[in-house]
Design a protein around this ligand. Structure first.
Ligand SMILES: C[S@@+](CC[C@H](N)C(=O)[O-])C[C@H]1O[C@@H](n2cnc3c(N)ncnc32)[C@H](O)[C@@H]1O
Length: 207
């Protein structure tokens, strides 16, 4: 590990915390912990009851304060991962920044640019290539670039994978994922089951 000990902040931007997000956050927490990084889930409303899988999760630090308040004196060390930034993240950015900020929002197709809510705060921004990633993928890629010093275009990806729901149907995920050693997109534990459950539900709603 070339440059460990970075801080990854996901600013939760939704009033609720859905099951999809909780699986993503749990994965970010355990991967950050394993790599010697800090993970902060910020701006969590006091009224929000954390789902049981996140309560006491290893590597998860929950903050009700937002990024601006937490790092008021370190603004120039914060990098916003922003799909609309003019410059891609580079391994050298690991020397320039200590804190990497992500939008805690579910991906959408077409993208609604909710990252703009964080862009308005005036942080320096970096892109992770031209394709929308899930939040846990964006953190995984950033960690690989700034901690392991792998250039963003050298990481193996899978775009828009078709996931098999049952023997007749599949569903396409409109995101970029990191390709795992098994050749499959890396996804949070339990995500595949949730995708299957949600697709069966939407099929039932159509009937
Ligand atoms: C699921 S994405 C949300 C993108 C969303 N469609 C939007 O409204 O901005 C969640 C977060 O991951 C990060 N992210 C995802 N893809 C990215 C990319 N290609 N470049 C930089 N950051 C990215 C951003 O911080 C973003 O706020």
């Amino acid at each position: 590990m070339a440059n460990p000990g970075k801080t990854f902040v996901v600013e939760h931007l939704d009033p609720e915390l859905e099951q999809w997000s909780s699986l993503e956050y749990l994965t970010i927490a355990s991967e950050s912990y394993a790599s010697g990084a800090q993970f902060l889930l910020s701006s969590v409303p006091t009224s929000l009851k954390l789902p049981s899988n996140l309560q006491g999760a290893k590597g998860l630090n929950v903050e009700t304060r937002g990024i601006e308040e937490i790092y008021a004196d370190k603004k120039d060390r914060v990098c916003l991962l922003d799909p609309a930034a003019p410059k891609d993240l580079s391994p050298e950015d690991g020397d320039t920044f200590d804190i990497f900020l992500f939008g805690g929002i579910l991906g959408d197709d077409p993208p609604r640019d909710r990252t703009s809510e964080l862009r308005k705060k005036g942080y320096q921004g970096r892109r992770l290539g031209p394709v929308q990633m899930t939040t846990d993928t964006a953190v995984r890629v950033t960690r690989t670039v700034v901690q392991d010093r792998v250039p963003v275009d050298r990481i193996p990806y899978i775009d828009n994978p078709d996931l098999k729901i049952n023997k007749n149907e599949s569903t396409q995920m409109p995101f970029r994922y990191v390709k795992g050693e098994d050749g499959q997109p890396i996804m949070p534990k339990g995500m595949m089951e949730l995708i299957i459950k949600d697709s069966e539900k939407s099929l039932d709603d159509l009937l």
